[in-house]
Write a protein that binds this ligand. Sequence first.
Ligand SMILES: [Cu+2]
Length: 399
Amino acid sequence: MAKNITKSILSTMTMPRFTVCLAIWLMLIPSYDIYAQQTNVNSMNRSLDPRFLNWLNSLFYLPPEGELRVRKEYRMLTDQERNNFHDSIRLLKRDTSVPPNKFDALASLHHLNTALSAHGGPNFLGWHRVYLVLFENAMREKVANVTIPYWDNTIEEGLQNPRQSTLFSPLFMGTANGQVTQGPFSFWSTPFGPLGRDVGNDRRLMNPNDISTIMSQTIIADITNPNAPDVSNIEELHNDVHVFIGQQMSRIESASYDPLFYIHHAFIDYLWEDFRTSQRMRGIDPARDYPRIVGEQTHQPLASMGLGRLLVIDGINDIFTRRIYRYERRPTCVPNSNTCGSQYLRCDWSRQRCVPLIMNSNTPTALAMTGPAVQRLPWWSRQGGITTGNTGQFVFGFN
Ligand SMILES: [Cu+2]
């Protein structure tokens, strides 16, 4: 075991370090031919508008040295911060200077051949990290200083019926089941039909045990494809959450058209950063930890990441959390309080877990008519259960 670990780490040390530095440097230079080196150009990519490419290139920059952006749990934002986050996304959706609009254009990166190395291997983490930074840079064009919050889905996992969480109230992500007709993204259209969700009908959210299993692993190969077993495989666990949300979120090609995608992935990125921090405490340099066995060739360290001129290996560079952003800790129970530090959360002291406030009723319409989205009753007044049943209709993955 120990031998294997050493081997994997050593294999990344032979990687030419200048390549990483060079590629990061190139990130700062606008490139107008980001697809030129890719041979597998399909019809979808050929239809990419030059206006999109120009704008996309402008999103590749390192912010000036200084304070890091702070990414917080969605429920830990102030109401103002949360509205700013929603506004920035809605303004991107409304901006048609890039066809069909800036939000959809960015979303398309997740299913074009910009995403050949995004799934099914160790670059899953790095690819989505870069993607989130690009998305955050785009958001900041609309509302200065906004950051992507993360959605700690273990909070909803603590409910018997996660559909009832105020996460799905009009104050947050809106409708849990059926077309999204409530909240900041109501009546959105996507290339895959009206934005909708089907929360709780298939698969599952992450639980505290999943998190501790991931954190007890040693190297990136232990938590990613193709090496990691299901229990500690962060990509597989994240797939389950996608399918749990349902509809657009449950398929790779449509997931990024639901704004929930970005806060879900920010949490995966948060967990990875936590993992990297614990690696350093164990004397492992996460900036050199990339597996030798990567499965698909697109996950080779020196393969193109598909985003700008970045290489796969650039995804494990420390630069992102050293120069661009950091994470605020997940909410926990606060002694002598029951709020978990947020008016939208409660501490369930019997389990020492933060749980969300739940909505008045299962029907969002009734909720809207009764006024406040947030029920001020104790957290334990929840009821009902999840309809179970594997419909097998949607699969987040390659099959
Ligand atoms: Cu993805």
